[in-house]
Design a protein around this ligand. Sequence first.
Ligand code: ATP
Length: 448
Amino acid sequence: MSARPVTMEKITSLCKRRGFVFQSSEIYGGLASCWDYGPLGIELKRNITEAWWRDNIVAREDMVGLDSAILMHPKVWEASGHIAGFTDPLVDCKGCKQRFRADQIPGPKCPECGGELTEARQFNLMFRTFMGPVEDTASTVYLRPETAQGIFVNFQNVLNSSRLKIPFGIGQIGKSFRNEITPGNFLFRTREFEQMEMEFFVRPGDDAKWHEFWKQERFAWYRRYGIRPERLRLREHGADELAHYAKGCADVEYEFPFGWSELEGIANRGDFDLRRHSEMSGKDLSYFDEEARERFLPYVIEPSAGVGRPLLAFLVDAYDEDVAEGEERVVLRLDPRLAPIKAAVFPLLRKAGQPEKAQAIRDILKQHVAVTYDQAGSIGRRYRRQDEVGTPFGITVDHQTMQDDTVTVRDRDTMTQVRMPVDRLIDEIRARLASPAASRPAVAAGGA
Ligand code: ATP
């Protein structure tokens, strides 16, 4: 374990160097706060969204999924309060002309140059565009600023087409857009981002119990995928922080190199959204409880996470530098389930049939999990390259393989090697992916 702290520079440089994340439109000088996921980044992102989907939708009796359109009827945003209220207070510096969110700067002066600031004015964060050929107010539509409203407006559709009974939830993963005044900190605050959201509908009166359940469940989820406990916390919102719709809210926060920041908010939205959409659309969105012979508007618990923020947290948290086999290395101690590549296959020598044998093993394993092949450079350097991107298993074909069809399997974290028959590899990898070892060492005192 090294005591050298992880910095954002180390993370962004690793991301670029190894193909996790690139700046959008880089050859044209880039587009501010927009990022592209490269070959390893997309694997990591998919593993995160698939873990969320599997754990929260597929594995639960009381959850279903949805994929609603990004463009929605403009009345949706009137009902939700986004047209009137989804604003941030914007101030300009009269000196250096920079813009800031008034609620994010410490004092009355410009944090950059100390200059005088303008009065705050409200700035709506929704991106606007036009539907069809005419660009007028009648054709104005918005890029959704959250996926949640797609769930609320489909509440009756889901109910009528399924046999679900309250309590139940609907989950969705998709792109959202916010014209943030001050984006930044790499993937943390971007103008285009992905969300993983759930709306869990409950009987009024049961809401406090379910809110508590989801706060604990969502906090535990990050722990289950290896986030260090000392860098994770659940923070209750003060009354002054609550959004207009919320009866209560808690954030799962992570201690990034730039400080404690929100990964996910878990809010009790009461019946705000269903009530507003009932009023605005004229459609009754209440629920009839057959057993109690009672009609009511359900309350909603909403665990709302981004994808970019958790992905950045998983990367920061997994990042480590230590000495391995006598050499300094960077190692991403990612949970094996999240690791972009599960195993790398190496021939020890570039002769004696070893490359062909290693490629044949890669081809078999590739049917099941993401696997790579590497024959360039010393075996130590090849291990280092995989450690740096978090590949949990290194499989080496050597002289003995050619005689008895066994290979060595090296563990990224412990660096121990065991020899096993080739035909046991896939079961072994699957078993280790199913029950990941608690491989992350505790943070050394004074370390990162
Ligand atoms: P913040 O206060 O940081 O702006 P928020 O409270 O407005 O965030 P929510 O509206 O609760 O955020 O959105 C739910 C989740 O969506 C957040 O926890 C975050 O993970 C993600 N998210 C929101 N805005 C952004 C953004 N601009 N870039 C990346 N992810 C975002």
